[in-house]
Write a protein that binds this ligand. Structure first.
Ligand SMILES: NC(=O)c1ccc[n+]([C@@H]2O[C@H](COP(=O)([O-])OP(=O)(O)OC[C@H]3O[C@@H](n4cnc5c(N)ncnc54)[C@H](O)[C@@H]3O)[C@@H](O)[C@H]2O)c1
Ligand SMILES: N[C@@H](CCO)C(=O)O
Ligand code: NA
Length: 437
């Protein structure tokens, strides 16, 4: 028999932030109140929304009395069961989350920047309080990836996770590739559509993807990886020439987060940088603000998670999913499985990563140049996969794609190439993923 609304308990929810994601969460919590009550087994009452500036207009049809600028007062109310943090940034978000947990509330957050910087403090506080700390929205928006890594795959050995985890940069690279938009035009669109962070530097410089890589690596490899461990290069240096060069090779340029562990499982690494990937690679067809995450694990094999990685409504879906689970747990008087970061694995630097390079060199068009260039590769034990010359005379360019080598050897090779008198400029250097050794 279905319970009537009046027979339900009420759980009280406080929301911090009413921006792209917060406003959508508030809207759905209100619109779907009856259905959510059925799913949880209790009504979810939104008791306050913390905002930076006072509101009297009852934005989004909400009762103006819900809005407050006293976020700390809201999270420390004795009657709040779940706090949803959607203001972003390190402070005051960290202090608010810690205060909420200390006061007995479970916490749902989408704050990858904070989790990647100081997730350990938050998860210890949640464990000490016996409350849930959930953050599905923090990685790849709507795509369920945190829960699969934290729960579904926790009996397997994850070897590598490879993903497009930033919608803004994927949107920009896609627009530059397919419609020839400029970087600035595409970024403006991404901001207007609510994909970009409050400060879009976090997106375009790769920090947002690096935060997600740290969270993914921590969950996948059961160890603690922070933002400081992640090698990070953004897309501000990607030129239309790089995109054209990739197209000539049958590739597209994507910003990838790559998390892997050594075959013995003793060390892990996480990096974010632009790569060229072949057109027929599944990640090449991830368009617009969509995200995709590949997980390779010992027993499960290759799994792919794909979907909207940013935007108010998709991200609100992940937040509400966490909210329903946290609320059910509150009713049962339990909390979900704690994060297990028992393994203190070494985190390797970028120099030890094994990768391939695409290098474009503006060179003098004369005898012996190719031999001199090839000699530099040989000296660093970097094997060349393909080499082609484009143009002649003053326009001569050599495009070299290497086999796999350590990043340290590849970057030393590029430094030496810059010193060669017949190399006028190293016009493009980009790592290559996909087929080939
Ligand atoms: N937008 C997305 O697609 C997306 C996706 C996944 C995760 N996230 C994360 O969700 C969080 C919110 O993102 P958003 O896009 O909604 O941001 P936003 O900038 O649109 O909204 C943030 C809101 O918080 C308010 N705020 C900031 N500081 C505050 C404070 N001290 N007290 C009260 N209110 C304060 C701001 O006024 C704003 O309304 C961030 O952590 C972000 O990284 C966003
Ligand atoms: N700014 C982020 C939001 C999702 O985390 C992005 O563009 O992917
Ligand atoms: Na997610």
């Amino acid at each position: 028999m279905t319970a009537t609304h009046d027979s339900f308990h009420t759980l009280r929810v406080a929301l911090l932030g009413h921006g792209s994601v917060g406003s959508e969460v508030a809207r759905l919590l209100t619109r779907d109140a009856d259905e959510l009550a059925q799913r949880v087994g209790a009504r979810l009452e939104l008791v306050g929304i913390a905002v930076r500036r006072p509101r009297s207009d009852g934005e989004g049809g909400l009762d103006p009395a819900l809005f407050t600028t006293d976020a700390m007062g809201l999270v420390t109310r004795d009657d709040v069961d779940v706090v949803i943090e959607l203001i972003g940034g390190i402070e005051p978000a960290r202090s608010l989350i810690l205060a909420a947990l200390e006061h007995g509330a479970s916490v749902v957050t989408g704050n990858k920047a904070l989790l990647a910087e100081d997730g350990e403090t938050l998860s210890r506080a949640a464990q000490a309080a016996g409350r849930d700390l959930s953050y599905e929205a923090a990685v790849a928006g709507a795509i369920p990836i945190v829960r699969p890594l934290r729960e579904s795959l926790t009996g397997d050995h994850v070897r590598r996770v490879l993903g497009i985890v930033n919608g803004t940069t994927n949107y920009i690279l896609d627009a530059m590739t397919t419609s020839g938009s400029s970087f600035v035009e595409a970024l403006d669109d991404a901001q207007r559509l609510g994909y970009a962070e409050a400060d879009p530097t976090a997106d375009v410089e790769g920090f947002d993807a690096a935060s997600k890589a740290a969270i993914i690596a921590s969950l996948a490899f059961h160890t603690r990886v922070t933002i400081d461990d992640v090698h990070c290069e953004g897309i501000t240096g990607v030129t239309s020439a790089d995109i054209a060069s990739a197209a000539d090779m049958g590739c597209v340029v994507k910003l990838l987060a790559i998390c892997d562990r050594t075959p013995d499982g003793q060390a892990v690494a996480a990096r974010v940088h632009p790569v060229m990937i072949p057109d027929d690679h599944p990640l090449a067809s991830v368009r617009g603000a969509y995200n995709a995450v590949f997980v390779e694990s010992e027993s499960a094999g290759r799994l792919m998670f794909y979907g909207p990685g940013a935007g108010g409504a998709p991200t609100a879906s992940a937040v509400l999913g966490d909210l329903v689970v946290a609320a059910r747990n509150r009713l049962l008087g339990v909390c979900g499985p704690p994060e297990r970061t028992h393994a203190e694995r070494t985190v390797l630097g970028i120099g030890e990563a094994r990768t391939r390079y695409h290098i474009a060199l503006d060179v003098d068009d004369k005898a012996g140049v190719l031999a001199s260039v090839a000699q530099v590769f040989a000296e660093h034990e970097v094997s060349i996969s393909t080499v082609r010359q484009e143009g002649h005379g003053d326009d001569a360019q050599l495009v070299v794609v290497t086999h796999t080598a350590t990043d340290a050897a590849l970057s030393q090779t590029v430094d030496r190439l810059r010193d060669l008198p017949m190399v006028r400029d190293v016009s493009s250097v980009m790592r290559v993923e996909g087929e080939g050794q």
